[in-house]
Design a protein around this ligand. Sequence first.
Ligand code: FMN
Length: 331
Amino acid sequence: MIDLSTEYLGLKLANPLVPSSSPLTGELDSARKLEDAGASALVLPSLFEDDIVNEQQQLERFVHSQALGHYEAQSYQPVPEDYDSELDNYLARVQQFKSALDIPVIASLNGISNNGWIDTGKELQQAGADALELNVYYIAADPSTSGEEVENRYLQLLTDLRQHVSIPVTMKLSSQFSSVANMVLKLQQAGAHGVSLFNRFYQPDIDLETLHIKPHLELSSSMESLLRIRWIAMIRGRVDLSIAATGGFHRSEDIIKALLVGADITHLCSALLKNGPEHLAILKQELHDWLEQQEYASVAQMKGSVSRSCAINPAALEHSNYMHIIKNYDQ
Ligand SMILES: Cc1cc2nc3c(=O)[nH]c(=O)nc-3n(C[C@H](O)[C@H](O)[C@H](O)COP(=O)(O)O)c2cc1C
């Protein structure tokens, strides 16, 4: 019997396959299918700062209009009695998922500013979330913003969130830091229990007919997993927090590589959107079969056996590998 279990953010998970935020993890019906296919936990779609802030403003307007009386405050829109806020819906979903599913439910907060929305984490914890993922989807487009300012934004949001919750917190990062390894270390020192490497930024495209910018969401491909695998290989053993691999994990080979370099779990999104929740069962079976063929008794035994600290030649992952590849390109 191969033991597929793993530990992530202090949670004991039955296996390392965890669907990340997507429309599939937001509906109970598809979440049940994911659990039936073997998902060991799931991350809900994000609750966005913009939604929280809009609601806070709407509530403030409502309270203000009540205080003034409707006659004097006709310009204020009262909140309808049957109004369900995004936050209320999200909290209800956490509770519903927690009572309907046996697997841990990780809630996700997504935002960038430092204006009070982050204390919502407390309500997510009270609703029963097993952990929180914080996704700071920030693109530093202003040339006067320094890398240090960007990093501090992440660190401040994490510190603020940690003050409101006692459940584990993980940070979903992009790869666009000057020093990814140092950033992960700083997040660990600021109290992160884990990191999720790496978020994908969606690249807007240009419509050549209209010359307008058009939003563009393309699902990932397996190739993208190599960036994640490389970075996890280099930092595992040098930091002490949970690591999730996310972005480009489609085939069992991709997942096996991420575990070999030290990921605790791999997230799945595009692969499940393309192939349906049932695909997870195939990946799980293939992971099991590979471990059996290679005579590993457990995921714990194989995890990290090809990370930088274990690799015979760490440079193979770094500079000399680059030189070797470009000098040996064969047309
Ligand atoms: C349709 C769609 C919706 C997503 N929604 C969220 C979200 O709400 N919050 C979030 O942090 N990531 C979200 N993501 C990002 C995924 O969770 C994942 O990090 C990304 O797609 C990379 O993984 P993949 O290569 O397996 O798709 C979404 C992705 C897609 C395709």
